[in-house]
Design a protein around this ligand. Structure first.
Ligand code: GDP
Length: 445
């Protein structure tokens, strides 16, 4: 999905990611590449310009956040701006205060309207609604039959009055049918044409006036890029569209429609179509698509947590001590306190792309109680003991176990883990940063 945009944006940003310092030239070059990537994805020129300007402004004037490198911060800014461009928060379907909720689906022929109706029906049924599908596309040959076949397939009732009836009458009659059948949401498949014309618009306006829909959802084909955006503009001007369903995002759509429709028309994308198979339509989450485009898994939440919860100053001090091999139990305690701050560790690991596919992850027992016990053991030691664990004889170990509410066995375990970690650090001096993480892992196994 949106692969080529995704690849080119990622390559623009990857070059920044590792850098501890960004020069003006680095930022310029990245902005140039981002601009080209967006233009190649068929994003509206003005939208591209505004987007790049906003990112540049924020990247240059950014507050230095201690736990992110400048490169990571640019990635975060691009992610936030992409999300914002696509509408920010998820836009939901409004429900009528008094049922039935009436939804008109409009759009050009071939956009995927009929398919989307069936999928939307499934999505609502999944949420315990009782949908009624209405076949009011009397012009496209076989559109009515197509909807009836789909309805049968997914076991959702379809209302029709044949191809000779007037679409506005069909729509009106469907409301009475919904009441009779106890349906709480009416999804109307309207006529589409190959091109927008006045007659089509007038008919849709007539239907809108007659049934007073809660939502008018415009179905547009993502593969048509900027054309989809023009179509959306026109429909919106005439009908007051309340949301967009963007279909065929599974194919090799370049992304222009997904990234531009909201900015140009002001209409939020509410659902996306990801295939021909009739499955519940997917609600659209701008943040998730942005994250996917940037190839980040859910690493963003992780970056954010790190930003909020890891004290970079302390981590740096610790790293410096590791390098000089003066790593004490105090540091050991600090290290796993920081890791614990990130949240349940198995959850943290799963946010890293690729990690969720790693075997054995579920077997690492990293429950917080264990952390707390380790913490308690170290807290029960005297400062001298923490600095130099070699003084730890049997009676001291007993005292610590009693003081921390643990057992001598656990105290021994912790001291062994500490020794192993320290050994490893000595061996890898100079690679402190990486090893601090590995040390934490092995200490917890
Ligand atoms: P309508 O004329 O707007 O009612 O369009 P249809 O619902 O008949 O869809 C037109 C074609 O697009 C059909 O072949 C559908 O199977 C296909 N289609 C619809 N939605 C999607 C989608 O999300 N992804 C893909 N790949 N194909 C789709």
């Amino acid at each position: 999905m949106l692969e080529s945009l995704s690849n080119s944006l990622q390559s623009a940003l990857n070059r920044l990611r590792g850098k501890g310092r960004l020069t003006e030239a680095d930022v310029q070059e990245a902005m140039r590449e981002i601009r080209l990537a967006l233009l190649a994805a068929d994003v509206n020129v003005k939208v591209v310009r505004d987007f790049v300007n906003r990112v540049r402004e924020r990247a240059v004037g950014q507050d230095l956040q201690k736990s992110l490198t400048p490169g990571q911060q640019v990635v975060k800014i691009v992610y936030e701006e992409l999300t914002e461009l696509m509408g920010g928060a998820q836009a939901r379907i409004q429900m009528a205060s008094k049922p039935p909720t009436v939804v008109m689906l409009v759009g050009l022929q071939g956009a995927g309207k009929t398919t989307a109706i069936a999928k939307l029906g499934l999505a609502f049924r999944q949420h315990q609604h009782r949908p009624l599908l209405v076949a009011a596309d009397v012009y496209r040959p076989a559109a009515i039959d197509q909807l009836k076949v789909l309805g049968k397939q997914i076991d959702i009732p379809v209302f029709d009055q044949g191809a000779d009836a007037n679409p506005v009458d069909i729509a009106k009659a469907s409301l009475a049918e919904a009441e009779r059948a106890g349906a709480d949401i009416v999804l109307i498949d309207t006529a589409g044409r190959l091109h927008i014309d006045d007659q089509l618009m007038e008919e849709l306006e007539g239907m809108k006036a007659a049934v007073q829909p809660t939502e008018i959802l415009l179905v547009v084909d993502a593969m048509t890029g900027q054309d989809a955006v023009h179509v959306a503009e026109t429909f919106h001007q005439r009908l007051g569209v309340t949301g967009v369903i963007l279909t065929k995002l599974d194919g090799d759509a370049r992304g222009g429609a997904a990234l531009t429709v909201r900015a140009v028309t002001g209409c939020p994308i509410k659902y996306v179509g990801l295939g021909e198979k009739i499955e519940p339509l997917e609600p659209f989450h701008p943040d998730r698509l942005a994250s996917r485009i940037l190839g980040m898994g859910d690493v963003l939440s992780l970056i954010e947590r790190a930003q909020e919860r890891i004290d970079l100053e302390k981590a740096k001090e610790m790293e410096a001590r590791m390098r000089t091999s003066s790593f004490t139990l105090n540091d050991f305690q600090e290290m796993f306190r920081q890791v614990r701050n990130l949240g349940p560790l198995d959850q943290v690991l799963k946010m890293i792309p690729g990690m969720n596919r790693m075997k054995g992850l579920e077997n690492i027992d990293l429950n917080d109680r264990r952390f707390l016990r380790m913490d308690a053991i170290i807290s029960s030691m005297t400062p001298a003991e923490r600095e130099d664990p070699s003084v730890m004889n049997a009676s001291r170990r007993r005292r610590i176990a009693n003081g921390s509410g643990t057992t001598v066995r656990e105290v021994n375990q912790l001291l062994n883990q500490f020794e192993q970690t320290r050994e490893m650090m000595k061996r890898f001096t100079g690679m402190g940063k990486r090893m601090s993480r590995r040390g934490a892992m092995s200490a917890l196994k």
